[in-house]
Each structure stands twice: as C-alpha cells, then as structure tokens.
Design a protein around this ligand. Structure first.
Ligand code: FEO
Length: 171
C-alpha cells in the first residue's frame, strides 16, 4: 500500500497523463483537418503513448493495493496556427510533465519507498526521450520555415511513426 501522500500525487499524475493524451488527440484531429496526415499520425501515436503512461500508473496503483481515483480532464486547445507552434506547445508541456515526475521521485525517496522510486525511473528515462524527439522536430521545422515542399516531406516522415508496445502488452 502506498502512503496517502504518494497515492494522491500519483492520482494527480494519472490525470496529467490523460490530459496530455487529450491534448495530443486534439492536435492530431486539428492537423488531420489541415491536410497534414503525417503530423496527425505523429500526434495520434503520442496520444496512444500518453494513455499508456496513465495505464502504467494505474496498473502500479492496483498492484500496490491503492485506489485509483479518476478526475475530470480539463479542456485543451483545439487549433494551432502552425505545426511549429503545436510542437513548441508539446515541448513546453513535456517539460511540465518532467517536473511532475521529478516531484514524484522526490516524494518516493523522502518516504524511502524504493519500489515506487524504481517504477518512476522508467518515466524519468521516457521524459528524456520525449523531450529530445520533440526538440528534434522543432529544430527541423525551424530550418524548414515556410518551405511547402520540405513541410510535405516532413509530413511523410512523421506519417511513418508506428505505435509502441503498450503497458498491457509488456509482461
Ligand atoms: Fe506521459 Fe509525454 O509524458
């Protein structure tokens, strides 16, 4: 069983992960409407990953005999002026998530809850990867500027992103 403090903090994190999923789903549908199916695909894969992050936390809570309490999900933006703006928003959001994960690690260590600390290390690494991949796309978009052909090519590349194995498919 987790401490009440950690249980509350992880429940908040589950909400943050589901909000992230909702944000990326909104970005995906926006760019599908804008005629950029590759960008839409990239954000849809991100949407799926965020759902999976929430599942990992929920599975952990259940395994520890703690209560998952799902809360309402706040609204998200529904349109972005440019692809670059959407990815910049994504990076800003991922930095917030990284700080939240770091706060969770600090609580777990303070409580000498090494099992939770160990579980959280997966998320620590995942956040490094997430920020790096979004930063890489931002760098490309800044280089491209308003070059329509290059945006078309980048859209093709982003369309090739495949789904990751999910929490339920990882033993
Ligand atoms: Fe679940 Fe993108 O952090």
């Amino acid at each position: 069983m987790l401490s009440k403090k950690l249980e509350d903090a992880i429940n908040k994190q589950i909400n943050a992960e589901l909000w992230s999923a909702y944000l990326y789903l909104s970005m995906s549908t926006h760019f599908a409407n804008e005629g950029l199916p590759g960008v839409a695909n990239w954000f849809e894969m991100q949407f799926r990953e965020e759902q999976d992050h929430a599942m990992k936390f929920m599975n952990y809570m259940v395994a520890k005999g703690s209560k998952v309490k799902l809360q309402p999900i706040d609204k998200v933006d529904t349109s972005w002026e440019t692809v670059l703006k959407a990815f910049e928003d994504s990076l800003a959001h991922e930095k917030v998530v990284t700080a939240l994960i770091n706060d969770l690690v600090a609580i777990a260590r303070d409580e000498k809850d090494f099992a939770t600390d160990n579980m959280l290390q997966w998320f620590v690494s995942e956040q490094v990867e997430e920020e790096d991949s979004v930063q890489g796309i931002i760098d490309s978009l800044r280089l491209i500027g308003n070059d329509g052909h290059a945006i078309y090519m980048l859209d093709k590349e982003l369309g090739q992103r495949d789904p990751e194995p999910t929490a339920t498919s990882i033993p």
